[in-house]
Design a protein around this ligand. Structure first.
Ligand code: TXA
Ligand code: MG
Length: 355
């Protein structure tokens, strides 16, 4: 694709400057693409009601056309124009978790272009909990389709520099709003059946959802390594969040994990490979070499915040293999491990013991 002139503008996330927000909103109204921060990761936005505008997103990312986008809104009244019906179950969810990292699937209305939904009859909608995002959507007066603002297959951007690395020269505008908060993407939830089903684990945890519903399940395709299961969230089938290096995730009790990683590091080094180790705070002193501390085992939120940045850092160090410590799969740990396993193409070693 031809190079586009990308304007980068810095906007305060505490007190977004109106003049700058309006400038970005005009780009969206004119059918352009604008990368903006949300509370999860940076998104790459365009007018969700215009096929040609949304084409620009797919082109910039190199995204497969069957992978649908999330439509972002700033006000609940906007969904009337996007969805056929509002399931009862979704009302309480919207009230409780919006704005926030929860994406809800609805039956779409005809005016939502097929390119937004990858040809599906459903549309994914969320209201981000971020001042810049909300004020931008409000000023544009449009629903905004926005996938994560990374090149397709790369880790999602949690810092404006990641967006610039992937998108400079490919989009019309990049808003620099500093680092994002949560660090992993929103939870994608299907409430069309009797039991709500998590299609992608994310910022709102199963435990959070169980405060509203008596039962919540994960999409079976997330739980099994069965290659033949087709995930209901099409994005889940792609290799994602991938560093250039090969990656192996080690799960188990902290001591078992560090021992196994050290053994494995020795083997790979003997083969002449450059090894990177993704360590938790608790084990940092047990390793040598190219170690990046990803956060605290007891505080998985810290790991969520650092995960995608760490994957990009290992790429910059040009390691051949990343040996990563896994964590417990509850709370936000479920989303973290989902992203880690994808980055590792399900290359997981269970070392035994409880974590
Ligand atoms: O936190 C987030 O959700 C970020 C920020 C920018 O909002 N966005 C994001 O978008 O992660 P993206 O495009 O990277 O991921 C969207 C996910 C994909 O896995 C896609 O398959 C799924 O949502 N999805 C979108 N529409 C869907 C639908 N109608 N049915 C099932 N899954 C859908
Ligand atoms: Mg993405």
């Amino acid at each position: 694709m031809g190079r586009v002139n990308t304007e980068i503008i810095k906007i305060s996330k505490y007190n977004p400057e109106k003049r700058k927000i309006n400038k970005a909103a005009t780009v969206l109204q004119n059918g352009g693409t604008v990368a903006f921060p949300t509370e999860t990761v940076y998104g790459l936005g365009a007018n969700a009601l215009s096929s040609t505008a949304v084409e620009g997103i797919f082109r910039a990312k190199g995204r497969p056309k069957d992978n649908p986008l999330i439509v972002h809104i700033s006000d609940i009244s906007q969904i009337d124009n996007l969805v056929e019906s509002i399931p009862l179950k979704s009302l309480e969810l919207m009230e409780r978790f919006w704005p926030g990292p929860l994406t809800i699937i609805f039956n779409k209305r005809e005016n939502v272009p097929n390119i937004v939904t990858g040809g599906l009859s459903t549309v994914a909608i969320r209201m981000p909990n971020h001042k810049i995002a909300l004020e931008l959507i409000r000023a544009a007066g449009l629903p905004i389709a926005a996938p994560s603002a990374n090149a397709s297959g790369k880790p999602s951007p949690t810092h404006v520099n990641h967006v610039i690395e992937d998108m400079n020269g490919r989009v019309n505008m990049i808003i620099d709003g500093g680092i994002t908060g949560i660090g992993v993407e929103s939870t994608v939830l299907d409430v069309s059946g009797d039991i709500p089903i998590i299609l992608r684990p994310g910022g709102v945890t199963k435990e959070d959802l169980l405060e509203v519903f008596t039962k919540v399940e994960y999409d079976l395709a997330l739980e099994s390594n069965n290659e033949n299961m087709i995930p209901k969230s099409p994005g889940q089938k792609y290799r994602h969040y991938s560093p250039n290096a090969k990656m192996v995730v080690f799960q188990g009790e902290a001591d078992n994990v560090s021992n196994a990683i050290n053994e494995s590091a020795k083997e790979y080094s003997h083969k002449g490979m450059k090894v990177g180790i993704m360590a938790t705070e608790q084990n940092r002193d047990k390793y040598q070499g190219n170690v990046i501390v990803i956060g605290d085992r007891e505080n998985p939120e810290s790991i969520a915040g650092n995960l995608f940045r760490t994957l990009r850092e290992f790429d910059k160090m040009a390691v051949d293999i990343i040996l990563a410590e896994g964590i417990k799969e509850d709370g936000i740990g479920k989303a973290i491990m989902n992203r880690m396993k994808k980055a590792a193409s399900d290359n997981v070693i269970v070392t035994g013991g409880t974590q």
